[in-house]
Ligand binder design. Structure first.
Ligand code: AMP
Ligand code: MG
Length: 417
């Protein structure tokens, strides 16, 4: 018995996931040491604790001066007398700075109040203790100076809750004096592989048996997406055992099932979820690979709140593709991150590809990291069970339905992973 929900187009299905992602409540948070916050999601706003930069900062090694003093006509302008130097970490202590003077200054040092520009060392001619601009050079007021507070004012928010913390955010938090941050607790993601043919990694598979690779692939993807994977024992294709396994996953924040969602006689996942009162948002997506993909929610019980689940197709490439397209945005949102779809970019197709009428295809591909014109080429594969091809790929080419062919040179969408 199949659940009554329906097969959606790719965009509709993604919109459905994002709609539910947007309605999630904020997870609980914890305080961690700054470096332990890498890849976590901020639960608080980070405020600048002082103006950034904290003083008018020189962006160059050169000479601080009054732009008007050095102004044209250049040849006529008198040389400026160099009256001292300021290193990074120092402040001008030399008293009043008369017109017609300059101070040698290093990158990152504060500009003396009397001055309004820095001329680069490469743009002057030096003679004993005086300098003049190289012929043809001009200097504007404000040149090579970043004004105090222009990057952020003291008290201003520089990072908002829901931001994923990576190197850029850690550096900024450190600049604001933060050695600890409040981040959201990692969601626990239960992973349930289903299938009578599956064996664990430490078993020697019989000739007709298959190693449970999906649990590992999914666990790695979950961890990378900011979740804490919980690999549950393999569930055989029997109602009672499948139900018992799903019940044992109720204490997690999301359930990922793999396999058992196709049309076969022993594909029991939907039926068992339905028996547990699940609500289904879709039971298939018009895409290849990945068509038998189920998204829904188990109702709250006395013991547990309601819980989203994905029934992912068992074919290993389908499992991974559907994770990137649908699970990743949902899991990010469950982790407290701002809701965002998968990471699509445009690249130039390097070869002709035949179209397919009815399905959106998301095919293993490789894109070159050429800066100017990234090109993408499909990876040869044996279909959605071909894990070796999936590992040779570094992205997926997204080929929309209803096009007869895609030609070399066409701009196509690529799903980054
Ligand atoms: P299913 O979706 O259950 O019909 O499975 C489709 C295909 O994926 C079959 O060839 C399965 O053997 C394979 N498969 C299902 N689950 C896994 C798994 N956890 N690891 C590796 N292959 C799997
Ligand atoms: Mg199966």
């Amino acid at each position: 018995m199949k659940a009554a929900a329906g097969v959606l187009g790719f965009d509709e299905a993604l919109a459905k996931v994002l709609e539910h992602a947007a309605k999630l409540s904020r997870p609980q948070s914890e305080i961690l040491a700054l470096l332990a916050c890498a890849d976590r999601v901020l639960a608080e706003a980070i405020l600048a604790d002082r103006d950034q930069p904290p003083f008018d900062r020189s962006t160059r090694d050169g000479f601080a001066l009054r732009a008007a003093d050095a102004a044209a006509p250049l040849d006529a302008a008198a040389p400026l007398k160099v009256v001292g130097q300021i290193r990074a970490g120092e402040q001008w202590q030399g008293g009043a700075l008369e017109h017609g003077t300059a101070v040698e200054i290093m990158t990152g040092a504060p500009i003396p109040l009397a001055y309004d520009a820095v001329v680069m060392i490469e743009h002057i001619e030096r003679d004993e203790d005086s300098i003049r601009l190289t012929a043809g050079r001009t200097i504007r007021s404000g040149e090579n100076i970043v004004p105090q507070g222009s990057e952020a004012r003291a008290g201003q928010s520089v990072l908002s809750p829901g931001t994923v913390v990576e190197g850029a955010e850690i550096a900024l938090a450190a600049a604001c004096g933060r050695s600890e941050l409040q981040v959201f607790r990692k969601p626990r993601v239960a992973i349930v592989a289903t299938g009578d043919e599956l064996v664990t990694l430490n078993a020697t598979p019989g000739p007709q048996q298959i190693r449970n690779s999906n649990s590992y692939g999914l666990a790695a993807l979950v961890a990378r997406t900011g979740g804490e994977p919980v690999q549950l024992p393999i569930a055989p294709d029997r109602r009672a055992e499948l139900e018992r396994t799903i019940r044992s996953a109720r204490d997690s924040d999301l359930i990922l099932l793999s396999g058992g969602v196709s049309m076969g006689k022993y594909d029991l996942v939907e039926e068992v979820l339905q028996g547990l009162g699940a609500e289904f948002f879709f039971t298939g997506v018009k895409m290849q690979p990945g068509k038998p993909l189920v998204f829904g929610r188990l109702p709250a019980t006395d013991e547990f709140p309601s819980q989203f689940f994905f029934g992912l197709p068992g074919n290993p490439v389908s499992t991974q593709v559907t994770f990137h397209c649908f699970v990743e945005p949902m899991l990010r949102a469950i982790s407290g991150a701002a809701v965002q779809g998968p990471c699509f970019v445009q690249a130039t197709l390097a070869e002709d590809v035949a179209g397919k009428a009815d399905l959106m295809r998301v095919l293993p591909a490789r894109w070159t990291t050429d800066r100017v014109r990234p090109e993408v080429r499909l990876v040869g594969w044996q279909g959605s069970g071909d894990l070796a091809a999936n590992a040779r790929a570094n992205c997926y080419a997204v080929l929309p339905p209803e096009r007869e062919r895609f030609a070399a040179g066409d701009a196509i969408t690529v799903l980054l992973r």
